[in-house]
Write a new protein. Structure first.
Length: 223
């Protein structure tokens, strides 16, 4: 009788263990949610001229295909990604949402162009810098060890392509966050370097007579 009872208890315990094991099985991969599967927001790079009706946190932009957009720039201001000023007739570079209604970053291209210098870090007795020009052209100012090639705005950052002396003509591409941009000062940086420039020759009407680069509708809207 005791032997039968023991066998019954053992069978019951085995059943409980098997049942618990089924409850703790790992779910199928289809049931797992990976945060990397969450779609990322699509941002567009938009170029245009400031219209006269812009005011406050609303920017009226006449884009390169002739359309006029009304874009809210409050987020760019709050996140300190608004570089420069809104000036009627100035050319702007924006990162916007897919609907082109909210700006993630705003850069006044007219204010970005020009000759920017800082004291030579070697002895401080002279100035060195860069000249940012229309059409993606960038040149060094009194810098013999580096040759600058091109610049452009990529995802709200400034991309600068250059060749260093002794580098065997191998191009070097660096991306910088624009930290400050006014009529007289420009600061940009990345994880390794930070550059604080002053405009070499401040003058009234900076960049207002520049010739804008040609671009097509498809080139100016990049997903």
């Amino acid at each position: 009788m005791r032997k039968v009872l023991y066998l019954g208890i053992a069978a019951l315990a085995a059943a409980i263990v098997m049942s618990c094991g089924k409850k703790t099985e790992r779910p199928d991969n289809d049931d797992l949610r990976d945060s990397t599967d969450i779609p990322q927001a699509v941002l567009l790079t938009v170029y245009g001229i400031v219209a006269s009706t812009s005011s406050g946190d609303t920017l009226k932009l006449i884009i390169d295909n002739g359309d006029t957009l009304t874009i809210n720039i409050a987020k760019a201001r709050e996140e300190q990604r608004f570089m420069g000023k809104i000036i009627e007739g100035d050319r702007m570079i924006l990162q916007t949402n897919e609907q082109m209604t909210i700006a993630e970053s705003v850069i006044n291209q007219n204010m970005l162009l020009g000759d920017w210098v800082m004291p030579d870090p070697i002895d401080g007795s002279s100035e060195i810098g860069i000249s940012i020009k229309e059409g993606g052209i960038v040149e060094g100012i009194d810098q013999s060890a580096i040759t600058y090639r091109t610049w452009k705005i990529v995802d709200g950052q400034i991309e600068i392509v250059s060749i260093r002396d002794g580098g065997g003509q191998e191009e070097e591409t660096n991306y910088y966050n624009i930290v400050k941009l006014t009529e007289d000062s420009l600061t940009f940086s990345n994880d390794e370097d930070s550059y604080e420039y002053s405009r070499q020759k401040p003058h009234e009407g900076y960049g207002t007579d520049i010739k804008l680069e040609e671009s097509s509708f498809d080139e100016d809207f990049v997903m």
